[in-house]
Every structure is written in structure tokens, then in C-alpha cells.
Design a binder for this molecule. Structure first.
Ligand code: 5GP
Length: 184
């Protein structure tokens, strides 16, 4: 990763331009925390944090949530499904009993919406009282499945982004700002 200047980085043959600065991200994450506090302060919810991409967002978000809660961390595993469904994703690592509990799923980015739909379907089978999704980023133009949530950090255009937990081939997760791929 080469930093060309404060606004631009280069990874392999791709150039990424700063898109969301750390102060804007911090402010919006804090707002999301306050909105969640209004809705969940008396519900003792479980945050289910979808690794790896959401780890930095989740760490900031839960520290902005001034109410009693529990945290769970899960990973997704892709399996080959039927011909019609292609790959299916299943949750790994959930240890809590979520029956009758209020669940807040924490995602880094919703793109086509398939991942969040797969997780939500898996969790519904375990009998939670409710499931909400909080996502830092949403690409509305990429959605292939309806997705609605009051807890969206930023709606962004359909271009690849990285930083603040989001990677490209395992790199750039540690950047404080979010960068967007520059179309050459
Ligand atoms: P979906 O199933 O909604 O299409 O995709 C969700 C997952 O795709 C995210 O959790 C993330 O891992 C990955 N993804 C989608 N768009 C981007 C992007 O612009 N940048 C990065 N780094 N990952 C993305």
C-alpha cells in the first residue's frame, strides 16, 4: 500500500481516494449509538457482530451505546448450495441462546443484501424476539433484495470502498478513513 498524499492511496494497480473522513465517521457512529439507545435502553439486546469487516465499526458503535447489552461475534461460512441458490452463507460461532432476545446485527456494508438476508434467515430460526440491522454503509443502487433499516450510517454509490475495517485482499482494514476506488 502506497500513500501518494493525504487524499489518495495506491494498492496494486488501483487508486483509492479518501471518501469519508474519520471525524465524519465518528460523528455518525455516535448518532447511531444515540438512536439505538432510544430504542433499546430497556431491552437488554444482544449485538451480533459480523466479522471481520465490522470489527472497528462495532468497537466504536458499542462504546456509543450507553445501555446494558451483550456482544456476540460471528463469522460467515460459504457453502455450495443448490444450483438455483448458488453459494449459501451460514453463521459460525454463535454461543448465546438468542430465544426471545432482541438482536442487533452489526454489519460493515450492505451491497446486494444477500449476506444480511442469509444471516437474518438463520437467526430467525432460533426464535429471537426481534432482529434489527445496523450497517455503517449501504449501497442502495446495488441492492438485489429489499433492505430497510433505520440504522444506516451512510448511503454510498456503487463503488468499491475500503478502510475502517473494510479490506481488499486482507489489506487496508487499519486505515482510519474510508477510501473509494477511483475509476480509471
Ligand atoms: P452483500 O451480500 O450485501 O452483497 O455483500 C456484503 C459483503 O460484501 C460485505 O460484508 C463485505 O464483506 C463485502 N463488500 C461489499 N461491498 C464492498 C466494498 O465496497 N468494499 C469491501 N471491502 N467489501 C465489500
Amino acid at each position: 500500500m502506497i500513500r501518494i498524499n493525504a487524499q489518495t492511496i495506491r494498492i496494486g494497480t488501483h487508486t483509492f481516494v479518501k471518501y469519508l473522513g474519520k471525524d465524519a465517521i465518528r460523528g455518525r457512529v455516535h448518532e447511531l449509538g444515540k438512536e439505538l439507545a432510544t430504542d433499546y435502553h430497556d431491552k437488554f439486546p444482544i449485538f451480533i457482530i459480523v466479522l471481520n469487516g465490522s470489527f472497528i465499526f462495532a468497537a466504536d458503535l458499542v462504546r456509543s451505546c450507553a445501555f446494558e447489552c451483550e456482544l456476540e461475534f460471528v463469522k460467515l461460512m460459504s457453502y455450495q448450495g443448490t444450483e438455483s441458490t448458488g453459494k449459501v452463507k451460514r453463521i459460525l460461532g454463535l454461543v448465546s441462546d438468542i430465544k426471545d432476545r432482541h438482536i442487533i446485527l452489526v454489519e460493515d456494508i450492505v451491497d446486494t443484501g444477500r449476506t444480511i438476508q442469509a444471516i437474518t434467515e438463520d437467526l430467525k430460526g432460533l426464535g429471537p424476539a426481534s432482529i434489527s440491522v445496523v450497517t455503517l454503509l449501504l449501497k442502495p443502487q446495488s441492492l438485489q433484495i429489499p433492505f430497510e433499516s433505520p440504522y444506516v450510517g451512510f448511503e454510498i454509490p456503487d463503488a468499491f470502498v475500503l478502510g475502517y475495517g473494510l479490506d481488499v485482499d486482507g489489506k487496508a482494514r487499519n486505515l482510519e478513513d474510508i477510501y473509494q476506488l477511483r475509476m480509471e
